[in-house]
Write a protein that binds this ligand. Structure first.
Ligand code: DHB
Length: 408
């Protein structure tokens, strides 16, 4: 709804905006934003987090389901791990399937680490519950968000879900507002660099009521296109297959989806256990980075600053790695009223971001069937997969990157 300059709604009851102050205003209340406010609260720093989406909308958006070792440790270290440890599944490796067979990457044996299968939406639920329990100020379903005076005295304006206008003055603003970030657009062009890459394919993602088809995840490369066989529980599975970015998920019957998935993994010797498909969506593929990740008193975190294609499940892990570092640097910035720690944050975060950009790009380009690929491209891709899986050095790189680099 439109508002006039003093925050009154142009239709309905006029309302004077409520003016408040906080130390850190966070635009976005997804899992990374909530982890940040949770960490800040533990350091005695006040915050307000706002999100355009309702809590239910966020809970119902299916996202990736793999947590790196450090992401799990962060939940454990900050007291929000009851469910992830109880309901998550530890995975000690993955299968890379190609050339008619399958090759296990043994995370434990190679790097002594594991991942945890636990959906992003559940991480969000755990953090939202923790913020509610701790009396954190989190507003879902807000509208008309604007951020101003970021170089001097930041102010965030919004209308809450009851139609009340707000004006929050903050020492610092965090843009954790996702891949369509409003905050990152407030950084003047001359002050930032954007890097962007699009891919000529997407993923068709499904949830199916079926038992698991294999003990671990299968990343399957074949002439019939890439497929990823992931899991959720003993009775619910998550699977993806490569499709055209313009594909309309609603036009696919269950039979057609199963045939497509069975053909892809069948080429490498797998057969899937089938069941009713309860959700189907098409996921876009992009790589994006905006540098630096700070401007004046604004910092960006998670998808607002960087997007990775989903292969390898780095998105949430990278966002959690951002906020772990950001909480440390923001604590310095707030207590000393100093901007220098924001530049340090950007530098520390970007070192990991570019490693993850490379890993996600490599997993994507190595495993998908590339449109217009020449016979040379196809054989070269098989050579890459053989080189990686056939060498301890190659497999160790993959295991280290997949389970996550140590925090710095
Ligand atoms: C899942 C998603 C990924 O992108 C991935 O690489 C592994 C697993 C998932 O949703 O389970």
């Amino acid at each position: 709804m439109a508002v006039d300059p003093v925050g009154r709604r142009q239709s309905g009851m006029p309302s004077t905006p409520v003016s408040t102050k906080t130390q850190v205003a966070v635009v976005g209340a997804g899992p990374a934003a909530l982890m940040l406010t949770h960490l800040l609260a533990r350091a005695g720093i006040e915050s307000v987090a706002i999100d355009l989406r309702s809590r239910q909308e966020i809970e119902e958006t299916h996202r990736a389901g793999i947590l790196e070792q450090d992401s799990v440790d962060l939940l454990v270290d900050t007291g929000v791990s009851e469910r992830v440890l109880r309901d998550g599944y530890r995975h000690d490796g993955i299968e890379l399937a190609f050339g008619g067979g399958s090759h296990r990457i043994d995370f434990q044996g190679l790097v002594g680490a594991a991942t945890q299968l636990y959906p992003q939406t559940d991480v969000f639920i755990d953090l939202a519950d923790a913020r509610e329990r701790d009396g954190g100020d989190v507003r879902f379903g807000v509208t008309d968000v604007s951020v101003d005076d970021l170089t001097d005295s930041p102010v965030v304006r919004f209308i809450d879900s009851n139609g009340q206008g707000h004006q929050v003055r903050a020492d610092f603003v965090v843009g954790a507002d996702g891949s369509r970030s409003l905050c990152r657009r407030t950084v003047p062009k001359a002050e930032r660099q954007q890097y962007f890459r699009e891919y000529p394919f997407a993923w068709f993602g499904i949830l199916a009521e079926a038992p698991p088809s294999a003990p671990e995840l299968i990343y399957s490369h074949s002439p019939h296109g890439f497929a990823l066989i992931s899991q959720r529980t003993e009775t619910l599975q998550r699977m993806y297959f490569q499709c055209d970015p313009t594909e309309d998920a609603r036009t696919w019957s269950d039979d057609r989806i199963w045939e497509r998935l069975q053909t892809s993994v069948g080429a490498n010797g797998y057969t899937l256990k089938e069941g009713a498909i309860t959700s189907r969506t098409v996921l876009p593929f992009r790589s994006f980075v905006q540098e630096p990740m700070h401007h004046g008193r604004l910092v960006l975190a998670g998808d607002a600053a960087h997007t990775v294609p989903p292969t390898g499940a780095k998105g949430l892990n990278l966002a959690l790695a951002d906020v772990r570092v950001l909480a440390e640097e923001l604590e310095r910035a707030v207590t000393q009223d100093d901007l220098a720690p924001l530049a340090t944050y950007s530098k520390r975060a970007l070192a990991r971001v570019w490693k993850a950009q490379h890993f996600s790009y490599r997993m994507t380009t190595m495993l998908h069937t590339l449109p217009h690929a020449t016979p040379f491209d196809v054989r070269r891709q098989e050579g890459e997969l053989a080189a990686l899986t056939g060498s301890v050095a190659g497999s160790t790189y993959l295991a280290e990157a997949y389970t996550g680099w140590p925090a710095r």
